[in-house]
Design a protein around this ligand. Sequence first.
Ligand code: NAD
Length: 301
Amino acid sequence: MTRIAFIGLGNMGGGMAANQAKAGHQVSAFDLSEAALDRAAGAGCTRAASIAEAVRDAEVVITMLPAGPHVHQVYAEQIIGAAPTSALLLDCSTIDVETARKVAGLAQAAGYAFADAPVSGGTAAADAGTLAFMVGCDEADFARVEAALEPMSRITIRAGDHGAGQAAKICNNMLLGISMLGTCEAIALAEKLGLDPDRFFEIASKSSGQCWSVTSYYPWPGPVPTAPSNRDYQGGFASNMMLKDLKLAQEAAARANAATPLGAQSEALYAMFAGLGHGGRDFSAVLQLLRGRLADLETTA
Ligand code: NAD
């Protein structure tokens, strides 16, 4: 049994904290939202009145917060100094590499072991305890990090030193955004050429165009029954979230002087899609923009 402080109990953190409690750990949970705290308490966590209270006796602190500014503020002002220095600090949020390195520096200077450990897998995997974690930490700390993440994970891979977990997450999601747009463009063209999109799935999923966006997340309803395309693109991975990750990739590319022209195009297309009012839809709904059929989404909003 490990004493875990869990901060940020939203769509992802709620299920992750529940899996730590289910594994028999003592989870002291905090969120600004009362509803999120109620759900965590219902799943076997203990409500804390503040971050300071949640982390006071923690052996492991896990954060799952919206973005970089939240992570920096919570660590700099509320966790570092309040948690015992023996505690392992794990940030699982998706944030920019710079902030991840800055927070790691603050934590290390105060005597803590810290890891950036963003996830791939979405809310279904968070609930099921089957997330993929990509970790940036000191090599010596990795065994401890892997053990702490185990109840929430299918696989945990050390990407490198601090910030490398976030770098891996940003690069992976830029690739995902590009491959989803490529898949949608191909379906839209297939349709215009008179090719049945179901038949195109049969072919592309077994040919060299095969990728996760085709085989596991086909944006046309039917061939992949679990894909959000079968439920009017509700739930899943919101276009706004994809846009956030594509922006992080472009900011990182500008700083590193890397050429990412397709990432830039993808960011522009998702910004347009979100600007048209569809940011809450799953990111595969961008198919309707490329088909010129946004009206179909409006009627099912
Ligand atoms: P969410 O908005 O549902 O949850 C974030 C939670 O943090 C909210 O409950 C909010 O009240 C809480 N919070 C914000 N500031 C706080 C503070 N100062 N103190 C305590 N609690 C605070 O977001 P989410 O979907 O759970 O995503 C969390 C992170 O995981 C994001 O960085 C996101 O990019 C990443 N992520 C999300 C998905 C997904 O499919 N939703 C997949 C992979 C990664």
